[in-house]
Design a binder for this molecule. Sequence first.
Ligand code: NAP
Length: 262
Amino acid sequence: MGKAVALITGASRGIGRGVALELARHGYDIAGLATTPDPNNTETGLYAVKKESEQCGITFLPLAGDISDLDDHQRILDEALACFGHVDILVNNAGVAPLKRVDLLECVPESFDRVMNINLRGPYFFTQRVAQHMINHVGTGAAYTPRIVFISSISSRLASINRAEYCVSKAGLSMTAQCFAVALAPYGINVFDLQPGVIATDMTSAVREKYDRLIEQGLTLTKRWGVPEDVGKTVAALAEGYLDYSTGAVIEIGGGLSVPRL
Ligand code: NAP
């Protein structure tokens, strides 16, 4: 078998980019998904991540697709398999915040459905497909230890009533990780739920000043913003097998944000 292969959803920027670059440093070939990659733009977006990560001597396959479109999942997986033959680690990272932060009492079904489709329904069914590939490949007897990672959020557990639909989607994603951990353990496939705290990306850029202030006031025990590389390093540790006696494990990457204090 060739190099280890990572399939990363939402690899064009933010946390997904951080995960891609870290896995590239560890020698992984990468299939990276984003909605509208532009081959003519190698300064930002998926093709910029391809350029950067290939400097490590790996191959990066850019994939265009929308994770909420279930009918397109097989095509996305088939393209990755046609290029690399197998997937060693799936990183379910693609996700969105609500277009507008609105109080729970005002939340509209359109926003609820959009967030749920991208953050929960999409990855739930995409993982089903990739897991089936992994089970089949395990069955060939190849030297192969596949793993699955979900990037949920501390919002799985901490309620924010100005984006409740996001929190609900992430709580569902955390339970999805638990269920897949149970279902896939018989095949030796470990599943992890990574819960980032406040990470500096496009998603949090609109609330930058608010969190600057809160971090200064002690929101996190580690007094700084998280960066995508923090999540990338954690995924690399999982991919490299450093947590192989753990499955269904919930790992917070939040600088101690959720430690109860008095
Ligand atoms: P981001 O900077 O906004 O990036 C989101 C990524 O997801 C982009 O690569 C985007 O690709 C992709 N994406 C969005 N919708 C998609 C869809 N329908 N189909 C396929 N790809 C799609 O966000 P981020 O902060 O890196 O967040 C990444 C993940 O971490 C999300 O699941 C988020 O909920 C979670 N998270 C973030 C934080 C944080 O503080 N930033 C904290 C906890 C958890 P395009 O180029 O196509 O837009």
